[in-house]
Design a protein around this ligand. Structure first.
Ligand SMILES: NC(=O)c1ccc[n+]([C@@H]2O[C@H](COP(=O)([O-])OP(=O)(O)OC[C@H]3O[C@@H](n4cnc5c(N)ncnc54)[C@H](O)[C@@H]3O)[C@@H](O)[C@H]2O)c1
Length: 318
């Protein structure tokens, strides 16, 4: 018999990573029930694209208020408030979506116990571990989040572990590093830098830009998630590392070079902002468990950044 068709609930299907995942899942012939609250970070134009596929159905809903789960094999939760700076200004929406939203999804899954509980696949983040000077966090390390966003994501992970132990809700938690690619809201470093250049404004940079981030291309993230769904173990936590570490100043230099087609002086295009409160110095995660399943990074930062900058340069972003 042919392999059964997977049916998925994909929350946050109109956001940056969720939309790339939705596109990949539909391409595989899987059925996707997309749920999104359409915050400022959602892309309506991608909804038009997805709705052309008969295997896609959309529900405009808040995961914290959703009151029914259709029969699905997996609930893949990308829905979240995601911008650290916003969480420092006001954490209310972060706690609501990233904690109460997860709790509500877990309760909906638990209510299916007399039928079949779908697997809760939580897209978490490397930020739940807090920062690390050198070396790499393992999935067994304690969670020491530094900012309200990271704390809300860590809380979501904790709820899942508790609902598994108490209610036997099956789960997979996935913790990727910083993603980059097409379709990111321009509050995040790369599209924000291009937007400022297009508008002829200086790029705001936190502190001296020495914080190190680990960059993972969104298509590598999607390949990692698909590998885990197809070959991974249930009730496990997986890290995904971009394997490309650099300080934020290097990212800005790469953006400038791609934007102007030549090396330019960073000092002319950047204005230093305050240091972000609670700023993490460096993240690093050990992702051997995923690599042992055969996944590896395919996209190279220096090559991809050129295409990504070209995309944001040619598109008006708000
Ligand atoms: N972008 C990264 O670098 C990165 C890195 C690691 C982990 N993550 C995690 O991956 C997930 C996706 O991140 P992203 O960058 O694509 O986010 P995003 O901000 O681009 O998109 C989030 C999407 O979720 C929707 N949403 C928000 N709250 C909702 C709610 N309560 N109910 C329903 N929909 C809601 C928004 O409308 C939006 O479409 C998040 O859980 C985030 O924590 C992101």
């Amino acid at each position: 018999m042919a392999e059964p068709i997977k049916t998925l609930c994909v929350t946050g299907c109109l956001g940056f990573i969720g939309s790339h995942f939705t596109r990949a899942a539909l391409k595989k012939g899987w059925r996707v029930w997309g749920v999104d609250k359409k915050t400022y970070a959602a892309h309506d134009e991608w909804l038009t694209e997805f709705e052309k596929n008969p295997n896609f159905r959309f529900q405009y809903a808040d995961i914290a208020k959703l009151d029914h789960l259709f029969d699905v094999d997996y609930v893949i939760n990308f829905a979240a408030e995601t911008h650290v700076d916003n969480s420092i200004v006001d954490s209310t929406h972060f706690l609501r979506s990233n904690i109460m939203g997860v709790q509500n999804l877990l309760e909906l899954i638990r209510a299916k116990r007399h039928y079949q509980m779908p697997v809760m696949v939580q897209i978490s983040t490397d930020e739940v571990y807090g920062d690390i000077d050198k070396g790499f966090h393992r999935t067994s390390d304690p969670l020491l989040p530094s900012n309200p966003y990271a704390a809300s994501k860590a809380s979501g992970d904790m709820l899942i572990l508790a609902w598994h132990r108490t209610h036997e809700v099956p789960y997979v938690i996935i913790r990727p590093t910083n993603n980059f690619g097409i379709g990111q809201y321009p509050e995040k470093l790369i599209p924000k830098a291009v937007k400022h250049l297009v508008l002829g404004k200086l790029i705001p940079l936190h502190g001296d830009g020495s914080c190190v981030r680990n960059w993972l291309h969104v298509e590598d993230t999607i390949a990692g998630i698909l590998t885990i769904l197809e070959k991974g173990k249930l009730n496990r936590i997986y890290n995904i590392s971009g394997n490309y570490e650099c300080p934020n100043t290097h990212v800005i230099k790469s953006v400038l070079k791609s934007f102007f087609g030549r090396t330019v002086s960073m000092a002319r295009y950047v204005k230093t902002q305050y240091v972000r409160q609670g700023e993490d110095v460096r993240y690093g995660v050990d992702d051997k468990a995923l690599r042992n399943l055969g996944w590896t990074n395919k996209k190279k930062f220096e090559r991809e950044i050129v295409k990504i900058v070209r995309y944001y340069k040619s598109k008006i972003v708000w």
